[in-house]
Write a new protein. Sequence first.
Length: 325
Amino acid sequence: MGNQPSHSQVSRGTRKEKEWRHRASVRRFCRFVTLSTSDTGNSPLKRRRFIFIGRGRKRLGANRFRSALPSNDLEEIDRQSTQHFVLKLVMGGNHRAPVADILKNQHGSKIISIGCGPTWACEMAQEFPTSQVFGLDKSGTFPQSCKPNNCQFDLVDPLTGSLPYPDEYFDYACVRYMAHQSSELKWRALLMELMRVMKPHSFLEFQDVDLRVLARGPLLGELQEKAFKFMKSRGVDISIVKRLPATISRLGLKMIKHEEVMTPIGNWGGKVGSLFATEVLQHMLVTDPDAPQTSITCDKHMIYSSEVNMNKSYVTHLVIYGVKE
């Protein structure tokens, strides 16, 4: 029966079909487009220069707006969506700060998401329909067809040192996955700007992840080392996350709460671990300059899956929130 596919070919086809179905389901959730600067109300990104990284993928390449991640293609949107759903499952929702009653009962409250990606702002706008939600990001991976009327997206790099909003404007701010995308200087400038645009007695929340994989095997260790080296070459200080609790405590917030959650990588961690294993591998590959096609061989993928499950690899997600005086 020479024309029959081998067992390995069938398994490989099944994996590809599952991956495709997953990506298709994410895309059906919301049709994403890249907005030009004319589509957004506040945008200092007048000229956007790109560098290409294989298969037509690109990063913001101008010196001022260097990025270690692809800018806005479908694969990056898929990765960001998976990242969002993992964080939502880990945190038990889109926010940990006790803002639900305030935002529901206070008509016209203003919410800002720094580094919003394609999903969080829309979900918050649906959860709090009487609030106005602002999503701020430099990549432009904003939704079009499913955007609620009370949700606005601004194509702005939040790490430029200036937010395009007046003083004491917002009632709640959430900063997600931003601490490992900047230098220490830009990070401190962003924090000062956040304090400026937040109202007195408003909540400020940070949700992030320590990118260091713990209990990792040799392959994941190699991928992580290359990724970290490349991120450093792009001006990223990955140690900011480790210092985040101390940094936030110096902002003068009150009622500060700090939580850390162990997040599994691999099937050993159930639904969360399975989803997160895909996102971790995608992140490692797009930040590896030696993998320009952002792909991995079937053999290496099997080694990766075996390593994370055998070693029970994991990372730590953290959330910190407090109230501005």
